[in-house]
Design a protein around this ligand. Structure first.
Ligand code: ACO
Length: 356
């Protein structure tokens, strides 16, 4: 008997599912104790005000963001058995590109042997990885790409003034990436919101080095190539916008805090993370936290969280990813996880906290 329209299952839309995750952090550490020798600060202040204990720093002549991103992407391809020629698109979210042009995405492709595909950078400060996921998922959903690599990577140490205690304690270096593929399992990227307000520029920016104020001996002497942040103002906006965007995603997907398995927040400050979780009604044991060991790695924080927590993730888990950063920018992405992380391929114990 033919199924009636009422009983026939609805066609499940093709969604972009995250099918693998990988990461890379450089081996050199910068601890709070070491920073306390460099500037007037203390382990107690940094731990209490930010939650950070240490961060990884990329050292080595001529190594930029692309180096860490390429390490992460190589591992991703290796662990999934993906050949470089199978990748259809690569997007790199970064605020510290190797150079103004070509894009860091172009350089990563060349380094890992991916040729003749579209690749580009997304610049949305700390929200860039979520902006990129949102863009990438649409290439998959509309059928124009089957395998998309999204990488978030930053060498924040290249734009940090290590004489400024207000910023130098916050940031670290690293890269994380995911593979997106089409899925009709019902799992994948369910919803996303990306937002910005350029009036926030005054509170968080890098003054020189762009077309408005090109690099000169004077800009270097005046230390204008470093992150300028008015911490307290940014903190206020970050708390408000993270709460707003998570609230919006939850409302329009009929989600309550107790229905979400994992909050995956951008890691800028432990207190912002705790406040966001509290407003969502989520206990901290359902919140991914890596800030103590990586600091704020800008575009890499969220994929590094997914990489670290991968063994705990199960197919069908509901994840809410949320970020806030310079611009101002903020974003939220609702994901249903597509695979059991405990069964994900391992790279012979390599790949975590070191080279693959
Ligand atoms: N060690 C000791 N004292 C310090 C340090 C330090 N490292 N840094 C600042 N202080 C002092 C200040 O000088 C100030 O002293 P004063 O009262 O004598 O003037 C005091 O501590 C308080 O300073 P605040 O800036 O008000 O400290 P706050 O508690 O706000 O913490 C922080 C500062 C950690 C930067 C916080 O404001 C924050 O996390 N802001 C948001 C960061 C963020 O979300 N950024 C967005 C993403 S980054 C991106 O997009 C690139």
């Amino acid at each position: 008997m033919a199924e009636s329209l009422e009983t026939k299952p609805l066609t499940i839309p093709v969604r972009a599912a995250i099918t693998a995750v990988h990461g890379y952090v450089p081996p050199d550490l910068l601890t709070n104790a070491e920073l306390a020798v460099m500037v007037d600060t203390s382990d107690a202040w940094i731990t209490e005000r930010t939650g950070i204990k240490e961060r990884h720093i990329l050292k080595g002549e001529g190594l930029g963001t692309s180096h860490m991103a390429a390490e992460a992407v190589r591992g991703l391809l290796q662990k999934t058995g993906t050949k470089p020629e199978e990748v259809d698109l690569l997007i790199c979210a970064t605020t510290t590109p190797d150079m103004q042009f070509p894009s860091t995405a172009n350089l990563i492709c060349d380094m890992v042997g991916i040729r003749d595909i579209g690749s580009f950078d997304v610049q949305a400060a700390c929200s860039g990885f979520l902006y990129s996921l949102s863009v990438a998922s649409q290439f998959i959903a509309n059928g124009t790409a089957r395998k998309v690599v999204v990488v978030g990577a930053d060498k924040m140490s290249s734009i940090i003034d290590y004489t400024d205690r207000a910023t130098c304690v916050l940031f670290g270096d690293g890269a994380g990436c995911v593979l997106l593929e089409p899925s009709d399992s019902g799992y994948g990227i369910m919803d996303s919101i990306i937002r910005s307000d350029g009036a926030g520029m005054i509170h968080l920016h890098q003054k020189a080095g762009g077309s408005r104020m090109p690099a000169s001996a004077e800009t270097v002497a005046n230390r204008l190539h470093y992150v300028h942040q008015e911490g307290a103002a940014v903190y206020k906006y970050a708390i408000a916008r993270m709460a707003e965007v998570t609230g919006q995603i939850m409302a329009r997907n009929n989600l309550r805090g107790d229905m979400i398995d994992w909050l995956v927040p951008h890691q800028a400050n432990k207190r912002i993370i705790e406040s966001t979780a509290e407003r969502m009604g989520m206990p901290m044991d359902k919140v991914m936290v890596t800030i103590h060991k990586y600091g704020n790695v800008t575009n890499a924080t969220i994929p590094l969280c997914l990489w670290d927590y991968e063994p705990q993730l199960k197919a069908g888990n509901r994840l809410l990813l949320a970020a806030f950063g310079g611009g101002f920018t903020w974003a939220g992405v609702y994901v249903t996880w597509a695979y059991d992380g405990a069964k994900a391929p391992k790279l012979n114990g390599k790949g975590k906290n070191g080279k693959i």
